[in-house]
Write a new protein. Structure first.
Length: 113
């Protein structure tokens, strides 16, 4: 079965950096589009990034990348802000599908002031 496992979350001070990883298994990784989403306390889940596209709130600070040889997608987060505090999820959708079909369990990021 398909599994997406995020890692790399934690507690960081504002202005700091974190790199999240999402390891995928059970799928042909190169044929899937990967994305990052987040959900802050009391808020709905929102889009963060996919290759070539970023939410306005993270443009210039976050960078998504992937390593097909390792079946892994990354999210490098620089200049973190308190408002970036959330649970971050990676998701996968087949290149021919309009919707994300698979989701990870999430990794928590807390940014302190």
């Amino acid at each position: 079965q398909v599994q997406l496992v995020e890692s790399g979350g934690g507690l960081v001070q504002a202005g700091g950096s974190l790199r999240l990883s999402c390891a995928a298994s059970g799928l042909t990784f190169s044929t899937y589009r990967m994305g990052w989403f987040r959900q802050a306390p009391g808020k709905e889940r929102e889009f963060v990034a996919r290759i070539g596209d970023y939410a306005d709130s993270v443009k210039g600070r976050f960078t998504i990348s992937r390593d097909n040889a390792k079946n892994t997608v990354y999210l490098l987060m620089n200049n973190l802000k308190v408002e970036d505090t959330a649970v971050y999820y990676c998701a996968a959708k087949h290149q021919l599908s309009p919707q994300y079909a698979y989701w990870g369990q999430g990794t928590e990021v807390t940014v302190s002031s």
